[in-house]
Design a protein around this ligand. Structure first.
Ligand SMILES: [Zn+2]
Length: 120
């Protein structure tokens, strides 16, 4: 008889635990869906902005960039920061940095192969 009472108590505790877990899952699912809506909207806006900005890039350069981007896990360009490639953090030769800073030539990082750029 005592064992039956013990098992009923365990069952009640487990039911309480299950209900709490289901409520937590429901809350997390609601959070996830809300965040997904926000990110989907943001992706749509940024995709539109990218398409608009890409119109000013010469088509051959854009194709080259897109190929690097596809081959390099979505990051086809490295910004030069303090003489380093921001993508792979490798120190770049100073003459290469000067070329990128002072010309319109398309140069690649010698380590990761991404296009290098300088931003103001
Ligand atoms: Zn690099």
């Amino acid at each position: 008889m005592e064992e039956v009472e013990t098992r009923r108590k365990e069952e009640a505790d487990l039911k309480t635990t299950l209900e709490a877990a289901e409520k937590a899952l429901e809350a997390k699912t609601k959070q996830y869906k809300s965040a997904a809506r926000v990110f989907t909207k943001e992706i749509k806006e940024l995709t539109g902005q990218r398409a608009e900005m890409a119109k000013s890039i010469p088509p051959a350069l854009l194709r080259r960039y897109d190929a690097f981007r596809a081959a390099k896990n979505g990051l086809g360009i490295g910004k030069i920061e303090e003489g380093r490639c921001s993508a792979c953090h490798t120190n770049l030769p100073s003459n290469l940095v000067r070329i990128v800073e002072n010309t319109d030539r398309v140069e690649l990082c010698e380590n990761c192969g991404r296009i290098l750029c300088v931003l103001p």
